[in-house]
Ligand binder design. Structure first.
Ligand code: TXA
Ligand code: MG
Length: 310
């Protein structure tokens, strides 16, 4: 999708006026506001109906701007060089003199930061004079939005402006790594853990156990489409939506393909729109074909598991 500079100007105007704007990223759409403004960041929590103790990710266009707000370390630099801009979020220590609004971190000393790759988002970040705090642009407990229509479905007229960047190319949220001390993964996401391990040349702990919550996004209910889900199922009844990754011999109205060729990147890209569609089609139950736990399959299973336990 081409960059439309007048749309970027419009988005900037709302942001400069301390309003929230929906923005495209390669992972999912974000609900953005000036991360330095108390007024603007407060609006994010109100619009999303998000608990105030759930901190926000801040999006930067370059390393120099990040250094004004955060302390960095060797491991950060290794990962930054390899994967940024891209679907990776870092937890870093906040500098004492940082201008980040207290609303963003809920008064805590660490900040989640990301360098998105989507070219329209990057063009916007270059234009504004502040970093953008942006959680996923969905109502709290709904699945994330991956195109402008999802954002409209959740927020209707309440949102001032949606910057159109087409459908998100990755379709699941960024991977979160905490590198304040020993690196640990807090959320599986769009970047494979194996890639991170290869770059840091060591095994990284995954600490997304819901019993040890440090990111509220780890609550089981967080990604719920509001319908019970059962995983690793071979056959579905026709009143159950059947989520598939491999082409079936027959054709049924309750079949929903994430991919027909077991391409797990494609499956991740289609996951949230498919869950939203199933809900619109009024199915009361979802069953899922076995999805291999490799690459982005791990992230897909993580999201489905969270949605299935309630
Ligand atoms: O791909 C993404 O990461 C998208 C796009 C818009 O960038 N954003 C996103 O934001 O998924 P959100 O707010 O929906 O999820 C961010 C997660 C939340 O679970 C939050 O609790 C966690 O990151 N988080 C934020 N700040 C943190 C911090 N300082 N320490 C630990 N976890 C943090
Ligand atoms: Mg979210």
């Amino acid at each position: 999708m081409k960059i439309n500079h007048s749309n970027i100007k419009k988005a900037k105007k709302f942001l400069d006026n301390e309003e929230c704007v929906a923005v495209p990223t390669e992972t999912v759409y974000g609900l953005a506001a000036n991360a330095y403004s108390d007024i603007a960041t407060k609006k994010i929590f109100q619009l999303k109906k998000r608990p105030r103790n759930n901190p926000l990710i801040v999006h930067y266009s370059n390393l120099n701007d990040l250094k004004k707000d955060c302390l960095i370390n060797k491991e950060f630099l290794k990962l930054y060089k390899k994967f940024c801009p891209g679907p990776l979020t870092f937890i870093l220590p906040l500098k004492k003199k940082s201008k980040i609004s207290k609303n963003v971190t809920n008064n805590k000393k660490n900040l989640a930061v990301r360098f998105p790759k989507h070219k329209i988002m990057r063009a916007l970040l270059k234009k504004v004079n502040y970093p953008l705090a942006a959680p996923s642009a969905n109502l709290s407990t709904r699945v994330s939005a991956v195109n402008p229509n999802d954002v409209k479905d959740d927020f209707g007229e309440k949102i001032k402006y949606i910057l159109n960047g087409g459908p998100s190319s990755i379709g699941v949220e960024s991977t979160i790594i905490d590198i304040v001390k020993n690196p640990k993964i807090l959320r599986l996401g769009g970047l494979k853990i194996s890639e991170i391990q290869k770059t840091l040349k060591k095994r990284i702990r995954i600490e997304n156990n819901p019993k040890k919550i440090s990111a509220p996004g780890q609550y089981k209910l967080h990604y719920s489409p509001g319908i019970p889900i059962k995983l690793d199922v071979k056959k579905a009844n026709n009143n159950q939506a059947f989520l598939l990754i491999k082409k079936q011999k027959d054709d049924q109205p309750n079949y929903y393909y994430l991919t027909k060729t077991r391409n797990l990147n494609e499956a991740a890209r289609n996951l949230y729109s498919t869950l939203r569609q199933i809900k619109k089609d009024k199915f009361k139950y979802i069953v899922v074909q076995k999805i291999p736990s490799i690459g982005l399959g791990k992230t897909i299973n993580d999201r489905l598991l969270r949605a299935s336990k309630f």
